[in-house]
Design a protein around this ligand. Structure first.
Ligand code: Z5A
Length: 215
């Protein structure tokens, strides 16, 4: 991976934590502060990667082998990095991304119980040393998140998983936040939206201040 100048911010969390709602808020904050940025998502972000996303989320009668799922996630990521993320960062833009490799550790490692070492090897192969500069982890007890998400209607292939799957997803996210404190900021997503967004604003103000001081 080549040198980058913009910041790479990812937003993570389990079901119903409010990612979509808060991504719009974060994008507004960046806009108000005059930051040039690209908003994107994983899996997806390019036409090919969006096709892989559809393969991953569609419910189907054929069971999907966890290893096939893992490889599809990284195939989409390789395409997304080359086509969207790296060019934007190299052009000095920031990238705001809905999920990234921490989701792979959480869903394929935690949820599907695939070996974390195998995920690490693929991470190294696809990304080298490339990691997010900042990850906002929206955290919420699983039952509360599923209740919020349940109000949305039809469930995709991941949303149809059981409680224990999502408990493992949350545990891996929180474990990674503890292990990588420079990358992660954990946002308590259980309170009212105004409170969640005040916390996000506080974190972003620091990041924007530090980025301003560097430029
Ligand atoms: N996946 C994977 O397995 N491996 C990988 O490496 C990657 C992804 C990258 C698609 O992700 C799937 O891909 C995902 C993991 C897998 N699994 N699933 N499902 P996605 O990000 O597109 O899907 P999602 O998890 O469903 O995200 P979402 O659409 O952003 O949902 P959300 O976090 O629940 O956000 P929301 O729609 O904003 O909030 C849900 C509801 O809660 C909504 O009615 C809000 O108005 C409400 N809400 C939000 N905040 C609050 C507060 N504070 N109080 C009360 N109500 C609130």
């Amino acid at each position: 991976m080549t040198e980058r100048r913009g910041l790479f911010i990812t937003v993570e969390g389990g079901e119903g934590v409010g990612k979509t709602t808060n991504l719009a808020f974060i994008a507004d904050q960046l806009r108000c502060n005059g930051v040039a940025f690209v908003q994107t998502r994983e899996p997806g972000g390019t036409p090919l990667a969006e096709q892989i996303r559809a393969l991953l989320l569609d419910t189907r009668s054929e069971p999907v082998a966890p290893m096939a799922e893992l490889l599809l996630v990284f195939a989409a990521r390789a395409q997304h990095l080359q086509q969207v993320v790296q060019p934007a960062l190299e052009a000095g833009k920031w990238v705001l991304c809905d999920r990234f490799t921490d989701a792979t550790y959480a869903y394929q490692g935690g949820g599907r119980q695939l070996n974390q070492g195998a995920i690490g090897e693929l991470e190294q192969l696809v990304q080298g040393s490339f990691r997010p500069d900042l990850t906002l982890l929206l955290d919420l007890p699983v039952a509360a998140g599923l209740e919020r998400a349940g109000a949305r209607g039809e469930l995709d292939r991941f949303e149809q998983e059981q409680l224990a799957f999502f408990e493992r997803v949350r545990a891996v996210y929180l474990d990674r936040a503890r292990r990588f404190p420079r990358q992660f900021r954990v946002i308590d997503a259980s309170g009212p939206l105004s409170q969640v967004q005040a916390n996000i604003e506080h974190v972003l103000a620091r990041v924007l201040g530090e980025a301003g001081a560097r430029s």
